[in-house]
Design a protein around this ligand. Structure first.
Ligand SMILES: Cc1cc2nc3c(=O)[nH]c(=O)nc-3n(C[C@H](O)[C@H](O)[C@H](O)COP(=O)(O)OP(=O)(O)OC[C@H]3O[C@@H](n4cnc5c(N)ncnc54)[C@H](O)[C@@H]3O)c2cc1C
Length: 468
């Protein structure tokens, strides 16, 4: 879009299966609108998702969160999609091609080329086994959690001690739907061994996954089919919803899959000539469907930095410092929300309190929990406040828990209490801002930097500017 030459090397031949099916509005109406692919997505017939329905926390009744209440998201744009990633990713790849990107499928990046100062390009192998090299002013590593080159920015990956879960998942035909207007919502259901996602991908196809503690690995890997059925039987709501459903056993959805979804981040996420985005940079537990949002948001931040440096309007250090600070902040917001959310679960035998067992700590459960979650995200506010981290988390989760109680008591007539809860507000803020900028353009008003001395997005959203 800025006239720079882009080559995209993709290891697989699309369409290919991928996990990460529940999207957020900021991806659909923010980044996808900005890049010009939103209308195409609208035509693809994906399930519309108004929000999330949770059976989670002290209250036995499910409660619903709708996007329509978030400031900056107009009612018309207050939905996202549940997507079959094979279709969604194909649409994005084809769009990149149409926009002039030189897309080369079945080209696996094998290494980077560098000198002492910079990364200068990559080497790759194609489907026929031929090796090649490409030099580039910037290498963007978007190759996900199994990236072979992320460490070339000179980083170490830090795993969260607490959020080290396993996901076991498959697909069902004929599962029940939530009553309208929430039938397209993602349903999350906590139970003693962990939690379930239940994502309506089409009127009949449902993606169902259990996220459980890592100690259950041997049970799951032994006989995944038996393990999944036993977990479903443990969770009354999911059992009920799948009563008349049949597990898909053929095609891309035919196998049961297991994924470690450990949360992690990297000590460094860029160096001159190279930047990490999406799962190559960091990953946070999938409960809030934040993976694709963080991937597309970080892509936007990285693109702004690269565009600005290549246009010689901002120097490299300043442009990538902005990228890093905004990205870490957004990751940190979701990470903290995660801690407050898991803390909602009051059953001390549950997965969420296993922190104490994991650390064999003599401290209280909450203190053990904070010890474990703390430190992985350097953008965390909890670690930057005067308050002790335990006090900070305690207050945050209390505010959140009472907002949920109020929501349930209101019978979801008003979403105001939950939006007032600071942890939800901050998780929604950046996405809503990106959406508002795309919808309103210059009418969105002048930007202020999020960090002292920082940059702001240009009016078209594609580069950084120095604030007036
Ligand atoms: C259990 C689970 C459930 C999840 N649920 C959700 C959800 O509901 N919503 C959500 O938003 N997120 C979810 N996520 C997270 C989501 O899957 C990821 O965050 C998201 O897909 C990251 O996108 P990415 O582009 O960084 O990486 P990926 O989607 O992994 O894409 C990386 C691409 O790079 C290619 N590649 C890999 N290696 C190479 C190489 N050497 N050379 C060239 N190409 C290469 C791959 O083929 C792939 O196409 C979930 C994750 C897990 C584990």
């Amino acid at each position: 879009m800025q006239g720079n030459r882009v080559i995209l090397l993709e290891k697989e031949k699309f369409p290919r299966w991928q996990i990460g099916e529940s999207l957020l509005p900021s991806t659909v109406h923010g980044v996808c609108r900005l890049t010009g692919v939103a209308d195409e997505l609208a035509k693809a017939g994906f399930t519309k998702k108004r929000g999330g329905t949770q059976r989670w926390g002290a209250n036995p009744e499910p409660w619903t969160f709708a996007f329509s209440v978030v400031a900056g998201i107009t009612t018309k744009k207050s939905y996202a999609y549940q997507v079959e990633r094979s279709k969604f990713d194909q649409i994005l790849l084809d769009h990149a091609r149409r926009m002039g990107v030189d897309v080369r499928e079945q080209h696996a990046v094998t290494d980077t080329i560098s000198n002492e100062d910079r990364i200068l390009g990559v080497s790759y192998k194609d489907a026929a086994g031929n090796s090649g090299k490409i030099s580039a002013k910037y290498v963007v590593d978007a190759s996900g959690n199994k990236s072979r080159i992320y460490h070339k920015v000179g980083t170490t990956r830090q795993y969260s001690e607490f959020f080290r879960s396993l996901a076991l998942f498959g697909y069902f035909e004929g599962g029940k739907r939530l009553p309208p207007p929430n039938s397209g919502n993602v349903l999350s259901c906590a139970f003693d061994s962990g939690w379930f996602w239940y994502i309506p991908l089409s009127p009949t196809l449902t993606s169902v996954g259990a996220v459980v503690r890592r100690e259950m690995a041997s049970r799951i890997q032994g006989d995944p089919e038996e393990a999944l059925m036993a977990l479903i039987a443990e969770c009354p709501m999911i059992s009920d919803y799948l009563r008349d459903a049949k597990r898909v056993t053929e095609g891309q959805y035919g196998e049961l899959r297991v994924r470690k979804d450990y949360s992690y981040t990297n000590t460094k996420i860029w160096r001159p000539g190279m930047v990490l985005i999406g799962d190559a940079a960091c990953f946070v537990d999938p409960i809030f469907s934040s993976g694709v949002h963080l991937a597309t948001y970080s892509a936007l931040l990285a693109a702004r930095s690269i565009n600005s440096v290549l246009a010689r309007t901002i120097d490299e250090n300043t442009a990538f410092r902005e990228f890093e600070q905004r990205y870490r902040r957004e990751f940190g917001v979701y990470y903290e929300f995660l801690a407050a959310f898991y803390d909602l679960n009051v059953n001390e035998d549950s997965y969420f309190w296993s922190a104490k067992k994991v650390t064999r700590s003599t401290n209280s459960e909450l203190e053990s929990f904070v010890e474990l979650v703390g430190g992985v995200s350097s953008g965390e506010t909890a670690l930057a406040t005067d308050d002790s981290p335990v006090g900070y988390y305690k207050r945050r989760s209390k505010e959140f828990a009472s907002a949920v109680d109020e929501l349930v008591a209101n019978n979801e007539q008003s979403m105001v209490p939950i939006i007032r809860s600071p942890i939800v507000k901050s998780a929604m803020r950046e996405g809503a801002k990106e959406q508002a900028r795309v919808l309103l353009g210059e009418d969105a008003g002048p930007e202020t930097p999020i960090l002292e001395g920082g940059l702001v997005p240009s009016a078209d959203g594609l580069t950084w500017s120095v604030p007036a």
